[in-house]
Write a protein that binds this ligand. Structure first.
Ligand SMILES: [Zn+2]
Length: 278
């Protein structure tokens, strides 16, 4: 009986702690973290007024396949939109591994519409050089050149993408990180552009759903976005747009993946400008 009481108290305390983190890590806190990240890689971004910040942010999410945007980045996309940032998406393949590219293109547009990104701000790059295939290493030169061109064309000042492990370890995800960090280290991103990578966490933490939040909150990160039930519902609806991908385990993913609730990012270091140009 005593053990049961202790377990109940522990569970309730843990849930209250999560509630308290939701209270602490509110949108105002994310806005402050965002300003700090922007100042990190962007000497021109010197507005002390955090309230003005959001309108100046032109964020680009870089993904490899249709469905990456909602499976991995939904909390950040929803958070930035709520902060009134202009959000763009560049998906570097149309997801043609099983010859479903045409359907997946439509699914991506539907998913982005649910998340709040208009069609005009979604670009799906489709080339033989960057195929949807985990067994083919993408050329860093080709990927970085596509990314740089898009970043310049849309005056992007914040790039968000995978980290070196790519959440799932997919080689197309990690190739994007390599391309972005190459651009950053050689100083070939626009002067006013900051780079962020989505932190990959262990498999055990990954499937703890929102219960993982205290761990993410305690560990260091430069930017954190979390969503409550309304945001999770929106992310779930976006994921359901990817009809060709809805195998049974995707439903488990929707309910148990911590990435559907929490995104934490680290700043990608940038080197001196224009060391080498492709
Ligand atoms: Zn992917």
């Amino acid at each position: 009986m005593y053990v049961l009481l202790v377990i109940c108290v522990a569970v309730v305390s843990y849930l209250l702690w999560i509630k308290y983190i939701y209270y602490l890590q509110n949108l105002a806190k994310s806005r402050k973290q965002l300003l700090k990240c922007m100042l990190c890689g962007n000497k021109q971004f010197n507005s002390p007024q955090t309230s003005d910040l959001s309108r100046k942010v032109r964020a680009l999410f870089l993904t490899a396949h249709p469905d990456d945007e909602c499976m991995f980045f939904a909390p950040a996309i929803l958070g930035l939109l709520e902060l009134n940032a202009s959000v763009h998406l560049l998906c570097l393949s149309q997801g043609n591994y099983y010859n479903q590219g045409v359907q997946r293109r439509e699914e991506l547009l539907d998913s982005c519409a649910v998340l709040g990104i208009p069609d005009s701000q979604v670009t799906i790059h489709d080339s033989k050089e960057l195929p949807d295939n985990p067994n083919i290493e993408w050329s860093i030169s080709v990927a970085s050149s596509v990314i740089l061109k898009h970043t310049r064309a849309h005056s992007i000042n914040l790039v968000l993408t995978f980290d070196g492990t790519g959440v799932s370890g997919h080689s197309n995800h990690t190739a994007i990180y390599k391309a972005v960090s190459y651009l950053g280290s050689t100083g070939n991103v626009p002067d006013d552009c900051s780079l962020l990578s989505l932190s990959t966490i262990s498999v055990l933490r990954k499937y703890l759903s929102f219960l993982e939040l205290p761990i993410s909150w305690l560990l260091p990160s430069d930017l954190c976005f979390i969503v409550e039930s309304k945001g999770h519902y929106q992310a779930k609806r976006a994921m359901l747009c990817h009809r060709t991908q809805l195998l049974w385990f995707r439903y488990l993913y929707i309910w148990f993946s911590r990435y559907m609730f929490v995104n934490t990012f680290r700043v990608i270091d940038q080197g001196p400008k224009n060391l080498k140009v492709y």
